[in-house]
Design a protein around this ligand. Structure first.
Ligand SMILES: CC(C)(COP(=O)(O)OP(=O)(O)OC[C@H]1O[C@@H](n2cnc3c(N)ncnc32)[C@H](O)[C@@H]1OP(=O)(O)O)[C@@H](O)C(=O)NCCC(=O)NCCS
Length: 146
């Protein structure tokens, strides 16, 4: 599911997420499946927030807040939990503050979350540069109360 924030014809922010079952969630998160199973044993319908981005010149105007609000409102009747992984460097998770404003809770911090993935796929991290990416990740969850 994609949400966009537009000004005239220009997309200046977007967020992407997926409804998924347990097996799809394991693929998205690349975290130990047993840990996911034990942490969310009661949950059947997941929504995984994958990406959010605002164009740099439009940051700090509340666009990400609006995108998160819209996505919660449009998925909450169709899932039991919304999960999000936030980039986190030296304990600072800029997007985490926005999730916390919508009552998302920290589930766990994963150290050097993208390390192996960045080596395998050879991508550059905006902070670390060439692989390995040594950023941590914080997993956030919003439980949807039936
Ligand atoms: C992280 C990111 C999505 C935030 O987007 P944004 O549109 O600037 O976010 P917002 O404007 O909603 O919130 C940012 C700040 O503006 C403030 N703000 C300003 N006007 C606001 C308004 N009208 N309504 C709500 N918040 C407002 C917020 O309080 C917030 O302050 P804080 O940083 O002290 O919490 C953006 O910086 C980005 O694209 N970064 C690169 C990609 C990235 O890191 N994505 C997240 C991966 S985990």
């Amino acid at each position: 599911m994609i949400h966009i924030y537009q000004q005239k014809d220009i997309i200046i922010g977007f967020s992407i997420g997926h409804f998924c079952n347990f097996n799809q969630l394991v693929e998205f998160l690349f975290i130990n499946p047993q840990w996911i199973r034990s942490s969310f044993s009661e949950t059947k319908r997941f929504f995984y927030r994958k990406v959010i981005c605002t164009m740099p010149e439009f940051e700090h105007q509340g666009i990400a807040h609006q995108l998160v609000k819209q996505s919660i409102e449009s998925v909450q009747s169709k899932c039991d939990i919304i999960l999000s992984i936030c980039w986190n460097k030296s304990g600072v998770a800029p997007f985490g503050k926005i999730l916390e404003a919508f009552n998302f809770e920290v589930i766990k911090v994963f150290n050097e979350y993208w390390k192996q993935d960045s080596i395998d796929k050879k991508y550059l991290c905006a902070i670390c540069g060439t692989p390995p990416c040594l950023c941590d990740a914080t997993l956030y969850a919003l439980n949807i109360v039936g």
